[in-house]
Design a protein around this ligand. Structure first.
Ligand code: LLP
Length: 426
């Protein structure tokens, strides 16, 4: 359930007509619903009631500080993967002891920032990273709390670009080498081993791969404890899939039951890192029809959002459901149309042969389920300045990231002195 619904034929975010926001901020823009964010967070957190669990929202999915803070106020911690995300989490007021730091390539500056912040744990992904972290910690008179990320070699059965738990993937320490690296970690002076982490992929619609991975992990934790390691935190990563196309998707309660069944007896603090499940359906991309173009074989709706604003369709062939903001009042059959952006690449296509009502130039359209991996993955290709993000709550709404200006982009560049001077390109 989300809070983007028609009322009197007009798509609303909570109590606000999207057309009102569009008139004020222009298009395209991302719009998020606080009530949906809260509802999804609560559904996930409630499913784990009775288990010793920290829900650490994976802010890579949507790192707008207003979104982080909305969830933080419900009790969420965060899972992050860069120094930049750490800054956001801190600025949004997330307590350091609710922060876990993952990522296969943390820089020295990032490790220092995490250490100085006093985060709950670093999920370390290689032996060189472990050594680097130990050195840094010793130099600063600190001890780094570490979970080793283990790669369980389980196929998550998802798009190849977002599967992470196979041995040929770059993530984690190979399953079979885990005991060895834990032994090394124990001997490093700046490291305190506190746990183990795993993350097998994203957008899983089937729970079985989780079961396989968690059972393997459970065996491994038992072994590591026999070796004398204090495994008290178990980070299970994120990955729970959501229904982009309205099809079935796993319920948080079933996921929580699976967690309990597979690792519940280990008496660990469970760290859960849902991203998409929390923010995906809490956001839409609102765009405007620029032109309706009759091609040789099909009709195109050319909209003002481009693949730079929402990368998922071109990058993962992802499906985002589209609906007009103003409900059609005609009884005519919807037309199959291709919805495309203005960018000079064929990949700049949001949907092919989608049944949409006849729309006029200037009409607004939403792309649903754009609250996760939407705004955060946007770029400025074709010198298209970043689009705004809006957050609504009841009948209130506000811009939580302003629209970029082209001047913002140009201000980052400078002309070399040898190109300055009197000569103008003829
Ligand atoms: N934890 C770790 C270590 C991760 O790498 C990820 C996502 C998550 C948690 C959150 O996973 P989620 O619950 O959101 O599935 N850009 C892609 C998704 C990339 C996911 C990367 N890792 C997309 O748009 O589908």
């Amino acid at each position: 359930m989300d809070h983007f619904q028609y009322r009197d034929g007009q798509m609303h975010v909570e109590d606000v007509p999207l057309a009102t926001i569009a008139e004020s901020v222009g298009t395209p823009f991302y719009c998020y619903s606080s009530a949906t964010l809260e509802r999804h967070y609560d559904a996930f957190a409630d499913a784990f009631e009775g288990q010793n669990a920290l829900v650490a929202y994976a802010i890579k999915a949507n790192s707008n500080m207003a979104v982080i803070r909305t969830l933080g106020l419900r009790g969420a911690g965060v899972a992050l993967v860069s120094g930049g995300e750490l800054r956001r989490a801190q600025q949004a007021g997330i307590p350091a002891q609710k922060i876990v730091f993952s990522g296969v390539g943390k820089t020295e500056a990032e490790l220092i920032a995490g250490l100085d912040a006093g985060i709950l744990q670093f999920n370390v992904e290689s032996e060189p990273e472990l050594r680097k972290l130990s050195e840094i910690a010793v130099a600063r008179g600190k001890t780094a709390p570490v979970a080793i990320r283990v790669n369980p070699d389980v196929d998550a059965g998802v798009h190849h670009k977002i599967t992470t738990g196979l041995k040929e993937n770059k993530f984690g320490i190979e399953w079979t080498a885990a005991r060895e690296i834990y032994a090394k970690a124990r001997d490093l002076p700046g490291i305190e081993v506190v746990g183990l982490s795993v993350h097998i992929g994203s957008q899983l619609l089937d729970l079985e791969p989780f079961r396989k991975a968690f059972l393997k992990i459970s065996d491994l934790v038992a072994m590591l404890r026999q070796d004398g390691h204090d495994i008290r935190n178990l980070d299970l990563g994120g990955g729970l899939g959501i229904p982009y196309d309205g099809g079935p998707s796993p319920a948080p309660a079933d996921y929580a039951a699976l967690v309990k069944e597979t690792v519940g007896n280990l008496d660990c603090l469970l760290v859960l890192e849902p991203g998409r499940m929390i923010t995906g359906n809490a956001g839409v991309l609102v765009t405007r029809l620029l032109y309706r173009k009759e091609g040789a074989t099909r009709t195109f709706y050319v909209v003002d959002a481009g693949m730079n604003d929402l990368m998922r369709p071109t990058l993962y062939d992802a499906y985002h459901h589209m609906e007009p903001v103003r409900q059609s009042d005609s009884n005519a059959e919807p037309l199959p149309v291709d919805v495309v952006g203005p960018i000079c690449e064929t990949g700049d296509t949001f949907g092919k042969q989608r049944p949409l009502p006849a729309m006029e130039q200037g009409d607004l359209l939403i792309m649903r389920t754009a609250g996760a991996y939407g705004a955060v993955m946007a770029n400025t290709y074709n010198t298209r300045a970043g689009i705004p993000e809006v957050l609504a709550s009841g009948d209130r709404w506000t811009v939580v990231r302003r629209r970029m200006e082209v001047a913002d982009l140009l201000a980052l560049e400078s002309m070399p002195d040898w190109l300055e001077g009197d000569d103008d390109p003829a």
